[in-house]
Design a protein around this ligand. Structure first.
Ligand code: SF4
Length: 489
C-alpha cells in the first residue's frame, strides 16, 4: 500500500478484501436498513449545524457587527470555516477562547478580556454575543457577565451588546439564528417606539437563509413594487461583496438606525415559521403595523401568496413586470415538465426549505418520496403531510423526522429514487445510490456560485427546474445506446 508520494504505508488494520466486499453489500440490504432504523443512541451525519452557527449568520446581517462567540476557539473556527467554504468569503468573528481554566472557574474573565480587546481592535458598531456548548454546560450567567463587563468599562455603558444563549445540545442552527435575531432586535429597538410614527416601510425577515441570491431577489421584488423596506439581517453584501482590492471587515448588513426604527414600520413579514418562531412571537406583540408570518416562497403558489400579501399590505397591485416573470416561469414549467414529471426524489434539510422543496416538486408532478428532517417536530410532519395529501403526486411520500443522512442512505439504496435534493453532505449517499444530488440547501462546499443563484420566487422556479431537468437530460445522453443518442431531447 502506497500514499500519494509513492511511500509505503502500513495499514492500520488488515481486513480481507472479501470481508470489505461483504460488508459493503450488506449495508445496502433491507436487513441492515432495519438495524439502522432501530438505532436510538447514535446520530450519524445529521443534516443540521450548531445553534451558534445560526446566531453568527444573524449577526453578520447587521452593519458593523462583530459576531462574538463566548466559548472555545474550536467551535468558532468551525462556524467561520463553514461560512468561508459555503460563501467563499471571509466570515470575521471573535471568540472568548475558553480553555480548561474557563471550564473550571467559569468564563467571565475570558469574556471580559475578549470584549475589551475586540472593541478596541476591530471597532465594531455592535457585538452580538452567543454561546457554544462549554459555557452552557458549566452554567455561565451571560446576563450577569455582560452587566459586569459594562460596569468594569470593557465596553461603554450604552454600547449595543445583544446576547443569546445558543446551546447546541438543544436545537440547531435555525434556533440559534432565531435567538440571536430576537436579541439584536430587542436591543436595537429598545426605547425607539414612537407613538403615531410610521416609517411607511415593510420590514422583511428572510429567516435562516444562506443564499445571497435569495436576498437580492426579495429586494428586487420590493423595488418593482416601489415599496420602501428594511431588510432585517441582510447578509447579501456581507457574503457577496465585490473584489476591489480592499478588505472590508464589515462590508454590508442592515443599518443599525434603520433596524432600530423598524419597530415603527408599516408592516412586517417574517418568512419561515421555523427559523423565526421566537422573533415573530415577540415582534407581533411589540412592533407597530401589521405582522405576517409566511412560508419561504419556493414554487409558484408560495411566490404568488407572498407577492399578493405585499400587494394587500401596501395597497399596490402586483407589478406587470412580475406578472410577466410568472408567465415565463409557468411557460418553462410546461416546456420542461416531461423531464421531471413522475420522477422520485429524496429531500432533506431545514424545515422551512423542506416545505419549499415539497411544494415545488408537487407543482411539477414530481414525487417527494423520502422526506427527511434531522431537527423537526410533529408540527412540521403534519405540515408536510398536509402538502402531500393535497396533491395526487404526494400519495407515496414518506416523512422521516429526526433521522440523519445515514438513515437516508439506507432509504435510497433499498427503495431507490431518481435524485436527492439537499446540501453537500448528501453527496456520499448520492454516490452510493448512483443518483444526482441537487445542492439547493446549506452548506455547499463542493460547487461554486450556487449560493448566488436564487431559489425563491419565479426566478427560483426557473433555476431549480433548469438545473434538475438538464441533469436528467445529461444522464440520458451519457447512458443511452448509440441508436438513441439524439440531437433533440
Ligand atoms: S456542538 Fe457545541 S461544542 Fe460542538 S462545535 Fe457545536 S457548539 Fe461547539
Amino acid at each position: 500500500m502506497a500514499n500519494n508520494l509513492g511511500l509505503a504505508v502500513k495499514p492500520v488494520t488488515e481486513t480481507p478484501e472479501e470481508e470489505v466486499n461483504r460488508v459493503a453489500a450488506w449495508i445496502n440490504t433491507e436487513e441492515y436498513k432495519e438495524k439502522n432504523f432501530a438505532r436510538t443512541s447514535l446520530v450519524i451525519n445529521p443534516a443540521h449545524a450548531c445553534q451558534p452557527l445560526g446566531a453568527e449568520l444573524a449577526a453578520h446581517g447587521f452593519e458593523g457587527t462583530l459576531p462574538f462567540v463566548h466559548g472555545s476557539q474550536g467551535c468558532t473556527s468551525y462556524f467561520r470555516s463553514t461560512f468561508n467554504r459555503h460563501f467563499r468569503e471571509p466570515a470575521p468573528a471573535v471568540s472568548s477562547s475558553m480553555t480548561e481554566d474557563g471550564a473550571v472557574f467559569g468564563g467571565q474573565n475570558n469574556l471580559h478580556e475578549a470584549l475589551e480587546n475586540a472593541y478596541t481592535i476591530y471597532k465594531p458598531k455592535m457585538m452580538a454575543v452567543f454561546t457554544s456548548c462549554m459555557p452552557e454546560i458549566i452554567g455561565d450567567d451571560l446576563t450577569a457577565f455582560i452587566k459586569n463587563a459594562r460596569n468594569k468599562g470593557c465596553v461603554p455603558q450604552d454600547y449595543p451588546l445583544p446576547y443569546a444563549n445558543t446551546p447546541s445540545f438543544n436545537g440547531c442552527h435555525i434556533h440559534g439564528y432565531d435567538a440571536m435575531l430576537l436579541s439584536i432586535l430587542q436591543t436595537l429597538t429598545e426605547g425607539k417606539q414612537v407613538e403615531g410614527r410610521c416609517t411607511g416601510k415593510l420590514n422583511l425577515i428572510a429567516g435562516f437563509d444562506a443564499n445571497t441570491g435569495n436576498y437580492r431577489e426579495y429586494k428586487r421584488f420590493l423595488k418593482e413594487f416601489g415599496i420602501p423596506y428594511t431588510f432585517l439581517a441582510d447578509i447579501s453584501d456581507t457574503f457577496d461583496s465585490p473584489l476591489d482590492g480592499h478588505y472590508k471587515i464589515y462590508p454590508g448588513g442592515t443599518k443599525l438606525d434603520e433596524a432600530a426604527d423598524s419597530i415603527n414600520g408599516k408592516a412586517t413579514i417574517a418568512l419561515g415559521s421555523y427559523s423565526t418562531a421566537k422573533t415573530f412571537t415577540w415582534l407581533k406583540d411589540t412592533y407597530s403595523g401589521k405582522h405576517v408570518q409566511m412560508p419561504v416562497p419556493f414554487g409558484i403558489a408560495k411566490t404568488d401568496a407572498f407577492l399578493m400579501k405585499i400587494s394587500e399590505l401596501f395597497g399596490k397591485p402586483v407589478p406587470e413586470s412580475l406578472k410577466a416573470e410568472r408567465g415565463r416561469a409557468v411557460d418553462l414549467m410546461t416546456d420542461a415538465h416531461q423531464y421531471i414529471h413522475g420522477k422520485k426524489f429524496a429531500v432533506y434539510g431545514d424545515p422551512d426549505y423542506l416545505l419549499g422543496y415539497v411544494s415545488f416538486l408537487l407543482e411539477m408532478g414530481a414525487v417527494p418520496y423520502h422526506i427527511m428532517c434531522s431537527k423537526g417536530t410533529k408540527k412540521l410532519e403534519k405540515e408536510i403531510q398536509a402538502l402531500l395529501d393535497a396533491s395526487m403526486y404526494g400519495k407515496e411520500g414518506k416523512i422521516y423526522i429526526n433521522k440523519d443522512l445515514w438513515h437516508l442512505r439506507s432509504l435510497v439504496v433499498t427503495d431507490p429514487v431518481d435524485a436527492i435534493i439537499g446540501d453537500t453532505h448528501g453527496k456520499f449517499a448520492a454516490r452510493d445510490a448512483n443518483i444526482p444530488l441537487f445542492r439547493f440547501g446549506f452548506p455547499i462546499f463542493d460547487r461554486v456560485n450556487l449560493h448566488r443563484s436564487p431559489l425563491i420566487g419565479y426566478q427560483g422556479v426557473i433555476n431549480m427546474l433548469s438545473t434538475i431537468c438538464n441533469k436528467f437530460i445529461d444522464i440520458t445522453d451519457e447512458t443511452c445506446d448509440e441508436r438513441h443518442f439524439e440531437m433533440m431531447r
